[in-house]
Design a protein around this ligand. Structure first.
Ligand code: 3B9
Length: 327
């Protein structure tokens, strides 16, 4: 194949693999059998080896992971990654709602989101291309794990619009992947992960991206930290905008007009959390209008316009001794 044909074929494969990847990982709605995706990925890998000048930094082939790093570099979060205040019962939710209405007026509505039990990351895009991914760390200093995050299929390498944006979300390992990983570790006589959250954190701490690439990690985005030009008035609008750009957002996010609907939403998920393919440890409630978020502001470490309702720790029976431990 000559250089000209190779250039055309590489571009064709890149676009196909991006479309197939988006449908498979973000929409959970595959367009082609896995074998066809793997075949085209392999063809692109060979073409990029034969014509190295055709390999771009955001080629789909980065999904398989590059060479191992010696260490993770530190990253300063220009916009801090804040934490959430906690609520443990209905009264705490009513107290939160009263405080919010005292400060921002009675006309307050909320958006409720599942609190995914994973680890928080920040993703930065320049001109619509994924340029950096970092862990939360202590909220102001995290670690650059871009190479590992490039292997997460549901993290877009290129957005639908060439915008500069920074978004935050939760990387997690689905329950099925966790069970399969621990079964493989048991067969290999290796130490098991205690839960999917630790498995996801351990996978992102790997210096070799090829290991992270095999851990079937996933992500839901839940916040825009910084964006040029978009005209967004509500948190729900920010979530919709991220979805338009090609980000994976959680389908159970719901607008709640008032505290009663928030309580209903929380109660509906306490019973249904085991039906989900991933673990959650609570519900996050956010004041929806952004101008009211600004009126409410922040404490030293968390916004006054959001709170996390934490589910009671699940009772897990250990298989060895049969005693019940609350974990
Ligand atoms: C609300 C926020 C704390 C994110 N927001 C921020 O981190 C944040 C950070 C600076 C902001 O503005 C500032 C800008 C400059 C200086 C100080 C604040 C605004 C929001 C948060 C934290 C954890 C979440 C979680 N586990 N699950 C879901 N579903 N949502 C979550 N949301």
């Amino acid at each position: 194949m000559n250089q000209n044909d190779a250039t055309k074929r590489v571009e064709e494969l890149r676009q196909l693999l991006e479309k197939y990847g988006y449908h498979y990982y973000v929409l959970d709605d595959p367009l082609v059998p896995d074998a066809e995706y793997d075949e085209k990925m392999q063809e692109l890998i060979w073409l990029e080896e034969e014509f190295p000048e055709l390999k771009q930094s955001d080629s789909p082939t980065v999904r398989i992971g590059g060479k191992p790093l010696d260490a993770f570099e530190k990253v300063q979060h220009t916009i801090p990654m804040m934490s959430l205040g906690n609520a443990f019962n209905e009264q705490d939710i009513y107290d939160f709602d009263r405080r919010v209405r005292q400060a921002a007026g009675d006309d307050v509505q909320y958006t409720c989101e599942l609190k995914i039990d994973g680890l928080a990351v920040s993703l930065t895009y320049e001109n619509g291309r994924f340029v950096r991914g970092a862990t939360r760390g202590d909220g102001t200093t995290g670690e650059d794990i871009t190479k590992n995050l490039q292997t997460v299929g549901s993290i877009p390498l290129r957005l639908s619009q060439p915008v500069d944006i920074e978004v935050r979300g939760e990387v997690f390992m689905p329950k099925r992947s966790f069970e399969k990983l621990n079964a493989a570790k048991e067969d290999a006589g290796e130490a098991l992960f205690a839960n999917p959250r630790n498995a996801a954190a351990g996978s992102l701490r790997q210096l070799d991206p090829k290991v992270a690439a095999k851990r079937n990690l996933d992500i839901f985005l839940y916040s825009i930290a910084d964006v040029d030009g978009a005209d967004i008035q509500t948190h729900y609008g920010a979530i919709s905008y991220m979805k338009e750009l090609g980000f994976k957002t959680n389908p159970n996010t719901q607008h709640c007009p008032g505290a009663e609907e928030v309580i209903e939403y929380i109660n509906s998920w306490i019973d249904r959390r085991n039906d989900l393919s991933y673990e959650i440890d609570g519900i996050v409630i956010k004041v929806d209008r952004l101008h009211q978020q600004e009126e409410l502001g922040f404490t030293a470490k968390s916004p006054r316009w959001a709170i996390a309702y934490k589910f009671p720790a699940e009772e897990k029976v250990t298989t060895l001794t049969g005693i019940t431990l609350s974990v």
